[in-house]
Design a protein around this ligand. Structure first.
Ligand code: HAS
Ligand code: CU
Length: 550
């Protein structure tokens, strides 16, 4: 039955819902990319923003529009597509909920964007208190989250329906993965919803005068770390399930893939304090416990790396490859659907290593609040994840619009991926290096009164501007390809690749025992966070009034 389902195209109406999400995502790419380019130019010291636009204003645009809007819209569009493909067409009711979710998210995005453009909310994408934004900015972001819950509801409903219709059977792998990501997202977003609704909103409306800064940051990072895995897991879905089919191989192990996703559900959330290792008010013992939990969440990524190598090697050897690395030659290097996400995988090796450095309690002192961290997340989020999203777009957009990726577009797509990689190598490389020399993140250009140390950073800042400019060219190429695939490419049947496992193993049904997994997730969260929160509330210094520093 699953085999038949894999031949069917995604229903046209579901495709429209997914495409609506992709339009917003790619508009976000255009706006956010431009803001990014301007930032690197300002930081090179050779350019000033016109018309009274502030550096922190465009930095906020960049973070919100790319980190929150592009990602959430792309992920929801992708997850709806894979679930519709493998678990079946959405019912009218499910589709309606999806559309309401989409419009709630879009309304929230527009609201937040207007407040940033009016310069009422230059508080960056992390909106740390005591920086205080206009209430409508917080309301806008809340709507984005509420809308994403509605989209998530569609995934959950479809999953439940599939299980009812197929009793005793393991759900389709990629539907299972989309469900895990949705459950993680819902548990995680409760944290940011709590700080916005209970703290930041009443405070920016003037209903209360002060805010407990440490509590609000801790609630933010309770959400902020799983947020980055919410971005990563859809890329992993493509790596585990879609790439094997594209190369003509098989998924190494269905059960291993499910286990790694369950581990992400368990360990993604009780680790947020690794973003606060240098903040006061949290006992070092609890920081250390969350550092250990962070190292546990590295394991499913190592499992993923292992399983990808196994898939590639297996395929290569099945084609007669010899020697230790002979299989590399058998991979389809001319196929953009493969090579662009593959560069993403490759970049995730140094990116992940950088993450492990960040998480190492003492080493965090060297890198925290330096531009090294910005370099880290431009390799993880803006390379590994985003190149995979582009790789997905190259076949999914034409599949949904009934068109095909032509040879010419395929070639341009490879050029796009390579251009991105060159730009990012300059930009992220220079950020890592300057960070180690102490260059701060989240800061506009300054010579710091002619300090000798700041002078050392300037060449790296120029390298960042060079990288940023190359990246902007790659963004223009991506937008051009997107418009082609959405509106102009020749009509045809673009394949929706869904891989199958190497063996006929039956994944253990315990993986679908959500009471168990959500139960353990909640216990781990309570374990990691109860005492820190009690401390932060009981021993809180007087609350802070709001600041508008821009
Ligand atoms: Fe991170 C800060 C730790 C992963 C994103 N991170 C950030 C911020 C962002 C971010 C946005 O502990 C900044 C937030 C802010 O604004 O302040 N991060 C980690 C760790 C991991 C990690 C331990 N981060 C990510 C991912 C992100 C992301 C993924 C986005 C998508 N990060 C931190 C810490 C901080 C931090 C601290 C705070 C720093 C501070 O002080 O502020 C791990 O999950 C990484 C594990 C990954 C691996 C790599 C596995 C490799 C694979 C590829 C295999 C390749 C193949 C192809 C098979 C161990 C799966 C190769 C084929 C060949 C032929 C060679
Ligand atoms: Cu983190």
């Amino acid at each position: 039955m699953l085999k038949d389902a894999l031949k069917i195209k995604v229903d046209r109406r579901d495709g429209k819902l997914a495409m609506a999400h992709f339009y917003v995502a790619f508009i976000a790419l255009a706006v956010g990319g431009l803001a990014g380019l301007l930032q690197t130019l300002v930081r090179s010291g050779k350019f000033e923003l016109p018309a009274g636009i502030g550096y922190y204003q465009i930095l906020t645009v960049h973070g919100v529009v790319l980190g929150l809007v592009l990602t959430t819209f792309f992920i929801m569009g992708f997850q709806i597509s894979v679930v519709s493909k493998t678990a079946g067409t959405l019912t009218n009711r499910q589709r309606l909920i999806g559309w309401i979710g989409f419009w709630v998210m879009t309304t929230g995005t527009v609201l937040a964007a207007i407040m940033i453009l009016l310069n009422e909310a230059s508080v960056l994408y992390t909106f740390y208190a005591p920086l205080q934004a206009h209430a409508l900015y917080y309301i806008g972001l809340t709507l984005v989250i509420v809308g994403s819950w509605l989209d998530g509801t569609v995934i959950i409903m479809k999953y439940i329906e599939w299980r009812k219709q197929n009793p005793g059977q393991a759900s389709p792998l990629i539907t299972f993965m989309a469900l895990v990501n949705t459950l993680m997202w819902i548990v995680a977003t409760i944290g940011v919803a709590a700080t916005v609704l209970l703290q930041l909103l009443p405070w920016s409306l003037g209903l209360v005068d002060t805010v407990n800064v440490a509590v609000s940051r801790t609630l933010f990072w309770y959400f902020g770390h799983p947020l980055v895995y919410f971005w990563l897991l859809p890329a992993y879905m493509a790596w585990y399930v879609i790439i094997p089919k594209i190369i003509g191989g098989k998924i190494f192990s269905d059960s291993l893939a499910r286990l790694s996703f369950i581990l992400f559900l368990l360990f993604s959330i009780p680790v947020g304090i690794h973003h606060q290792l240098l903040e006061p008010g949290i006992d070092p013992a609890w920081k250390f416990i969350q550092v250990i939990l962070t190292f546990l969440v590295v394991i499913p990524s190592l499992m993923t790396a292992f399983s990808l190598f196994a898939t590639f090697e297996n395929y290569g050897r099945s084609k007669g490859a010899k020697g230790l690395f002979g299989w590399l030659k058998k991979l389809p290097w001319g196929d953009a659907r493969f090579i662009v996400p593959f560069i993403g995988m490759l970049s995730f090796i140094p990116a992940g290593a950088g993450g492990i450095i960040n998480a190492s309690f003492q080493m965090n002192q060297v890198v925290h609040n330096t531009i090294w961290v910005t370099g880290h997340f431009h390799l993880t989020a803006a390379t590994a994840v985003v190149l995979t999203f582009f790789g997905i777009a190259y076949w999914l957009i034409p599949h949904l619009t009934g068109r095909v990726l032509t040879k010419k577009m395929n070639k341009l797509a490879i050029i796009q991926g390579v251009t991105w990689t060159i730009g990012m190598t300059f930009m992220s490389g220079a950020m890592h290096a300057a960070g180690l020399l102490g260059a701060p993140r989240r800061s506009s250009y300054s010579e710091y009164g002619g300090s000798a140390q700041a002078a050392e950073w300037i060449p790296y800042q120029i390298a960042q501007a060079v990288g940023g400019s190359i990246l902007f060219i790659a963004i223009i190429l991506m937008l051009y390809i997107f418009v082609n695939l959405a509106f102009f490419a020749p009509k045809g049947d673009q394949e929706f690749p869904i891989g199958e496992p190497l063996s006929n193993e039956k994944p253990p049904m315990v993986f679908e025992n959500w009471k168990l997994w959500i139960g353990i997730t909640i216990l781990l969260i309570l374990f990691a966070y109860t005492v820190p929160f009690i401390d932060l509330i009981q021993n809180a210094p007087p609350g802070s009034k709001g600041y508008k520093l821009w």
